[in-house]
Write a protein that binds this ligand. Structure first.
Ligand SMILES: Nc1ncnc2c1ncn2[C@@H]1O[C@H](COP(=O)(O)OP(=O)(O)OP(=O)(O)O)[C@@H](O)[C@H]1O
Ligand SMILES: [Mg+2]
Length: 467
C-alpha cells in the first residue's frame, strides 16, 4: 500500500484543520480545512509568518509560537479569534513540536472547529431534551430595519424581502461572506406570517452527511446503534422557517432528499416507516456564486431550479459604495455607545480609504475595522493608523507581481514607509508593464481603477513622472 497516498487522502478529507510551520514560524503546509478556518488560501499563506495570517494573535497568544519556543506540546487549548474574513472562529487545538536532532524545527497544530461541532451538539441535545415536550426555539435578532443602506441595490433587496415574505416558497439567498445574508433570511421570517413560529438555522458545512441527515430528518428508535426516537429540524421548525446555510456544502444525495421535502412536504425519520407532514418554509444560503456552484456540481440542478425561483443576491459592498458612509456612521455610533467614548468620526484620509477600499470581507469587515479603531484610537478622529494593519495589508496585490518587484529591504525607516516604498515600486512596475494604461494596470493588480488612482495620488506616482 502507498502510505503517502493514504496520508494525503486522510489529510485532505479530515474536518480538522492541520497547520505546519517551520522553525521561523512560517507556514509550510496546511490542509483544506485549515484554509477554511484561516480564511486565507494555502497559496497565499505559504511561507508567510503565522502572525501575518492571524493578525490578531501575538507571540504570546499563539499556541504555535509558544510550542516553537518551549518545545512543549499544548493539548486541548480552546482559542477564539477573527480570521482573515473577519469570521469568528473557535477552535480546539493540539500543538506538537517537530523535533529533529534534539532541536525544535517546526510545529504541527491540529485545530477542530468548535463552532460547527458546538452548534451540532447543542442541536442534538435540544432535540433529545425536547422529545415529547413543547419545543423551544432559537430567537431571531434581525428584522427589515436592521438592514442599513440607502443604495438602490439595498432598497431593492428590502422590497424583494417584503414580497417574498408574503409567500411560502423556498428562497435562495446568495452573496459573498459578510454581505448580510443572515439579516435577509431572518427578515424574511420576521416579515412573514410565520414570525411567531420557530426559526431554526443549520449550517450544512463540515457535518458528516449521516449526522446531518439525522439532524434534519430525525431518527427512529434503533435505526442505527444507539439511535433514539427523535424529531429532526424539519419537525422542530413545523409552521416556521428552516434556514439551511452553506447549502453548497450539503452532500448531493441529501440535497435530493431535501428537494423531495420541498416538493411533497413530507419527511420520514431515518429508519422509520411512517411519513410525517411538515409545514416548513425553507431558506437556503450560499456564499459562492450560485451559477458557479451549479457548474461545479456543488448544488443539484433540480434543487437549484426549484429554489432559485425566489432568490436574493446580496451585492458586495464595493458595488454599492454609497452605503459605506451610512454603515460607517452607524457602526461608529454603536461602538461609541458600547465603549462609552465619543469620537469625531473618520479622518479625511480614512474616509477616502474606506470609500476606495474593496472590502473583501464586506460589512463584517467594515464593522470589525471600526470596532477595532474606536477602541484603539487615542485622538478624537479615527485615522488610518488606528485601523488594523490587515486593512492595509490586503491591497489585493497579485502575488506574482509582488515577487517580481521584490526589492532589497533596508530597515532604515518605519515599517509604514518601507511598505509604501514597496507598494510604489510594485505599482510603477505594473504601470510600465501595461504601457501606463490605468485600465490594464488595475486589472493586472486586481484592484478597481479608483483604488489605483487613489494609491498613485497618495504614493506620489504620476504617469508622466514614471515615463
Ligand atoms: N445592511 C446591513 N446593515 C447593517 N449591518 C449589516 C448589514 N449587512 C451585514 N451587516 C452586519 O455584518 C455582519 C455580517 O453579516 P451576516 O452575518 O449577515 O453575513 P453573511 O452574508 O451571512 O456572511 P457569511 O457568508 O460569512 O455567513 C453582521 O454583524 C451584520 O450585523
Ligand atoms: Mg451567514
Amino acid at each position: 500500500m502507498d502510505y503517502k497516498k493514504i496520508l494525503e487522502l486522510v489529510i485532505d478529507n479530515i474536518d480538522d484543520g492541520i497547520f505546519v510551520v517551520n522553525k521561523k514560524g512560517e507556514v509550510v503546509f496546511y490542509n483544506e480545512s485549515a484554509d477554511n478556518q484561516a480564511g486565507v488560501s494555502l497559496n497565499n499563506a505559504l511561507n508567510k509568518h503565522i502572525l501575518d495570517i492571524f493578525p490578531r494573535l501575538t507571540e504570546k497568544t499563539s499556541t504555535i509560537l509558544r510550542v516553537l519556543r518551549t518545545g512543549i506540546p499544548i493539548v486541548g487549548d480552546i482559542q477564539e479569534y477573527y480570521n482573515h474574513n473577519h469570521k469568528k472562529v473557535t477552535i480546539l487545538t493540539t500543538s506538537t513540536p517537530l523535533i529533529e536532532d534534539g532541536e525544535v524545527v517546526g510545529v504541527v497544530e491540529i485545530a477542530r472547529d468548535m463552532v460547527k461541532y458546538g452548534d451540532f451538539n447543542k442541536k442534538i441535545d435540544k432535540i433529545r431534551k425536547n422529545k415529547g415536550k413543547k419545543i423551544s426555539y432559537e430567537k431571531t435578532i434581525y428584522s427589515l430595519n436592521s438592514i442599513l443602506g440607502e443604495s438602490k441595490e439595498i432598497l431593492e433587496v428590502k422590497e424583494r424581502i417584503r414580497k417574498i415574505a408574503e409567500t411560502n416558497s423556498s428562497v435562495l439567498v446568495s452573496g459573498e461572506t459578510g454581505t448580510g445574508k443572515e439579516l435577509v433570511v431572518q427578515s424574511i421570517h420576521n416579515c412573514s406570517t410565520r414570525k411567531d413560529k420557530p426559526f431554526i438555522a443549520q449550517n450544512c458545512a463540515a457535518i458528516p452527511v449521516t449526522l446531518l441527515e439525522g439532524i434534519l430528518f430525525g431518527t427512529a428508535l434503533g435505526s442505527f446503534t444507539g439511535s433514539k426516537d427523535s424529531p429532526g429540524l424539519f419537525e422542530l421548525a413545523d409552521g416556521g422557517t428552516l434556514f439551511l446555510d452553506e447549502i453548497n456544502s450539503m452532500d448531493i444525495t441529501l440535497q435530493a432528499k431535501l428537494l423531495r421535502v420541498i416538493q411533497d412536504g413530507y419527511i420520514r425519520r431515518i429508519g422509520d416507516k411512517k411519513t410525517r407532514k411538515v409545514d416548513v418554509r425553507i431558506i437556503v444560503a450560499m456564499n459562492i456564486n450560485p451559477i458557479k456552484a451549479l457548474e461545479e456540481k456543488k448544488i443539484r440542478e433540480d434543487l437549484f431550479y426549484r429554489i432559485n425561483v425566489l432568490s436574493i443576491e446580496m451585492p458586495p459592498l464595493r458595488d454599492r459604495r454609497e452605503d459605506i458612509r451610512v454603515l460607517t456612521d452607524y457602526f461608529i455610533k454603536e461602538m461609541e455607545a458600547e465603549v462609552g467614548r465619543k469620537t469625531k468620526g473618520l479622518s479625511e484620509d480614512a474616509a477616502n480609504f474606506f470609500y476606495n477600499y474593496d472590502w473583501p470581507g464586506n460589512i463584517r469587515e467594515l464593522k470589525h475595522v471600526i470596532e477595532h479603531s474606536v477602541i484603539m484610537s487615542e485622538g478624537d478622529k479615527l485615522t488610518l493608523e488606528d485601523m488594523p494593519y490587515l486593512l492595509k495589508d490586503r491591497s489585493s496585490l497579485n502575488e506574482e507581481n509582488v515577487k517580481e518587484a521584490r526589492c532589497e529591504i533596508v530597515f532604515d525607516k518605519p515599517l509604514k514607509s518601507i511598505l509604501n516604498e514597496y507598494e510604489k515600486q510594485v505599482i510603477e512596475k505594473a504601470l510600465k508593464e501595461k504601457n501606463y494604461s490605468i485600465n490594464d494596470t488595475s486589472r493586472l493588480l486586481n484592484i478597481p481603477r479608483q483604488t489605483l488612482h487613489y494609491k498613485m495620488k497618495n504614493l506620489g506616482i504620476s504617469i508622466r513622472k514614471t515615463l
